[in-house]
Design a protein around this ligand. Structure first.
Ligand code: SAM
Length: 281
């Protein structure tokens, strides 16, 4: 983690209008109403700590700073990270860190603070690993307001009947809701896909699966290995376990093996986990 050169005038602000780097998912938000809705959903107050991932040229950052919150902005692009403080008029409540949100040391970034909100217009290519990292962190945010590709948002917000591995991985930790639908024309350059802003409010009690989180997700992955099949068959295929074993566990857990994996709720996955022996994938 390296702090950028924040010397005033080190780089001219105008030079940040370079060609957006597609490889870094740089689609900059140009619709001020959407920016306002994202920031409003975070309900920032003076004294709050807001972690912004990928501030880019500062469309959201400027509004977050104006709320009086303390903003920590993590930007992977060294040039954008370097010019951001000056673009924002060097406010005292902004700290910019050049780094990769997929690997950054979260406690070091927060400098001892344990309560914070996360706000991000996420790069599509890295949205899933970044979200996973913060949802599973030992120091998770209290809420996350994030823009992601519409299909990803749909999966994160899905109800039983439409659930996927992504739905379980999200809703194990947080309660999702949709903030806004965002068309490609709201960005420069416009992406090929539509986007959705969602809010994830972290559950007060974090999950504590019986055999640990890794085993829990190994079970869920097995359950979704053949998502169109009945749960019993999908679990057999995914875990390599015999039919009698899988049927017995499902009966013990009180779950009908003829159901499709997509129909199980989070409490049902947790119940299945308590009946599934440790060490069986
Ligand atoms: N927040 C700005 C906005 O709304 O206009 C920019 C959003 S743009 C979709 C994504 C931003 O994330 C870019 O500035 C990009 O350089 C940055 N970025 C890409 N990968 C990143 C990563 N792994 N860690 C931190 N920032 C990243």
């Amino acid at each position: 983690m390296t702090l950028p050169d924040q010397t005033p005038g080190a780089l001219p602000a105008t030079s940040s209008r370079r060609r957006p780097r597609k490889s870094l998912g740089q689609h900059f938000l140009t619709d001020p109403r959407i920016a306002q809705r994202i920031v409003a959903a975070a309900q920032p107050s003076p004294g709050d700590t807001i972690l912004e991932i990928g501030p880019g040229s500062g469309t959201l950052t400027r509004r977050l700073i104006a709320s009086g919150s303390n903003v920590i902005a993590v930007e992977i692009d060294p040039h954008l990270a370097a010019v951001l403080p000056e673009r924002m008029d060097n406010p005292p409540n902004l700290k910019v860190v050049q780094g990769d949100a997929r690997t950054i040391d979260i406690p070091a970034l927060l400098e001892g603070r344990s309560t914070y909100k996360l706000v991000a217009n996420l790069p599509y290519y890295a949205a899933a690993p970044i979200l996973r990292r913060f949802l599973e962190s030992q120091v998770p945010p209290t809420s996350l307001i994030v823009m992601v590709q519409r299909e990803v948002a749909d999966a994160m917000c899905a109800a039983p009947g439409q659930m996927t591995l992504m739905s379980v991985a999200t809703q194990l930790y947080a309660v999702p809701s949709v903030v806004a639908q965002v068309p490609p024309r709201s960005f420069r350059p416009p992406p090929k896909v539509s986007s959705t802003v969602i809010k994830l409010v972290m559950k007060e009690t974090q999950p504590d699966p019986l055999n640990g989180i890794e085993e829990f997700f190994a079970l869920v992955r097995s359950g979704f290995s053949a998502p169109r099949k009945q749960l019993r068959n999908s679990l057999m295929q995914g875990s390599g376990s015999p039919a009698e074993f899988v049927s017995a566990v499902l009966t013990d857990a009180g779950i009908d093996g003829q159901r499709r994996p997509a129909t199980l709720s989070i409490p049902e996955w947790l119940t299945l986990d308590t009946h599934w022996p440790a060490g069986v994938p």
